[in-house]
Design a protein around this ligand. Structure first.
Ligand SMILES: [Zn+2]
Ligand SMILES: [Zn+2]
Length: 414
């Protein structure tokens, strides 16, 4: 080995060791020990204390979701085991699924308003969770509108109508109950009234001001803490009053009018209203946070390339604790502290089973497939699976449920 090669190896080893130490978030005392501390969050490796809440940003961007930034979604995990999803914007289910949480624990969804960037991935949770083992219906809380057709109940009723083919086929082949949605619509004008009160968690609603009547923000009370999830809103008096003194306050914050013109291609006349009339800009966000003085403030709904400028504009009016949220940012919150980290999770996480199994298919349910289509099944390819299926039947004692026996093409292996 020449000197140059030896030096290269030493440099490479040093770099590896340094990165190991840094990745661990503390001094690693030996070659085969656990890291003492971690500055990243690995899903599934951390038990919350009873009085702790973990919030994960599963979407922080704009309506035109990007591969690296989904639309609005925040998952709240409570120390008592409850999990709630606040908004489920387009693309956000990919981030939620990367957390490897069994589908049976993801049934409670709170929707701030009915723009797709705040509920556009409900279909992915509804059908994906059904396929991956959720045994129960979803429950959705959301606001009414000025008329019934502008409310959450109407939206969910028509959601199920739009996905009727999906519902009928899955209900027949899997089991129907997980495809149901229980809707809890509440008055969008309610000011700090309780919309949810179970297991020590209280959720209140306050009106928001955003493009039409209906949008709200949520105030969550747990273990003596007040956490606020603000949906889309321009600065409003209800947030200024009722989010006051929150331990943790999430509120939207938009990029500058110039950013929307230059980088986003918006017409100038739209750009300065989008950021600053029907949303909240950086300086306005900062002013709100200075007024409510939260334990920790979180800004979201801005593309990451605008974060530096957003930070500067927020800092012109607010100097308190602050995160500019990115997808997969994680906060652990107690009465005494807020810790910010990033989640490290696999791109290809697969469904994780929980303890509860789904019921079997419903007997007597009408089959959505006609004899015309069934008679098109091509036997040679079906029968080519027989060895694999015979082994499966034997392993799981399914011989008396052998669906092949009703098929005209079935030729058992001798
Ligand atoms: Zn909106
Ligand atoms: Zn939005």
């Amino acid at each position: 080995m020449n000197n140059f090669a030896a030096i290269s190896i030493v440099v490479a080893l040093t770099a590896t060791l340094l990165s190991t130490v840094q990745a661990a978030g503390g001094v690693v005392t030996g070659p085969n020990v656990e890291a003492p501390d971690r500055y990243v969050y690995y899903p599934g490796t951390e038990v919350l204390a009873e009085n702790e809440v973990r919030v994960i940003a599963c979407g922080t961007g704009m309506p035109d979701q990007r591969r690296g930034q989904a639309s609005a979604c925040f998952l709240f995990e409570f120390g008592n085991g409850e999990k709630m999803i606040f908004d489920i914007g387009t693309g956000s289910m990919r981030n939620i699924n990367s957390l490897m949480i069994p589908a049976e624990y993801l049934t409670k969804i709170f929707i701030s308003h009915l723009h797709t960037d705040h509920w556009g991935d409900l279909d992915a949770l509804w059908a994906g969770g059904w396929t991956s083992g959720r045994p129960a219906p979803l429950e959705v809380w959301g606001p009414s509108g000025q008329t019934p057709e502008m409310g959450t109940a109407y939206a969910l009723d028509h959601f199920l109508k739009a996905f009727n083919w999906d519902y009928q086929t899955r209900a027949f082949k899997i089991t129907p109950v997980p495809g149901q949605i229980t809707v809890h619509e509440f008055d969008y004008k309610a000011v700090n009234e309780i919309v949810y009160d179970q297991n020590g968690i209280v959720v209140r609603s306050i009106p928001a001001i955003h493009t039409g009547d209906g949008p709200v923000s949520f105030i969550i009370e747990y273990a003596g803490m007040k956490l606020v999830f603000g949906g889309d809103s321009s600065p409003n008096k209800w947030f200024a009053e009722h989010a006051k003194g929150a331990d943790f306050a999430i509120h939207e914050a938009f990029a500058t009018p110039e950013f929307f013109v230059k980088d986003y291609g918006q017409p100038a006349q739209l750009a300065w209203r989008a950021c600053c009339e029907f949303h909240t800009s950086g300086p306005a966000f900062g002013k709100i946070m200075s007024e409510i003085n939260p334990g920790h403030a979180v800004a979201y709904h801005t593309m990451e390339e605008a974060h530096q400028e957003l930070l500067l504009t927020i800092r012109s009016t607010y100097d308190g604790p602050l995160s500019i949220a990115m997808d997969m940012m994680v906060w652990n919150i107690t009465k005494d502290s807020v810790t910010e980290r990033m989640a490290v999770s696999p791109d290809r996480a697969s469904a994780v089973p929980g303890p509860t199994r789904q019921p079997p298919p419903e007997p007597g349910r009408p089959d959505p497939m006609s004899d015309f289509i069934k008679q098109g099944e091509w036997g040679p390819a079906f029968n080519a699976q027989n060895k694999m299926l015979d082994e499966h039947a034997k392993k799981y004692n399914l011989q008396d449920q052998d669906w092949r026996k009703q098929k005209p093409w079935y030729k058992p292996n001798e």
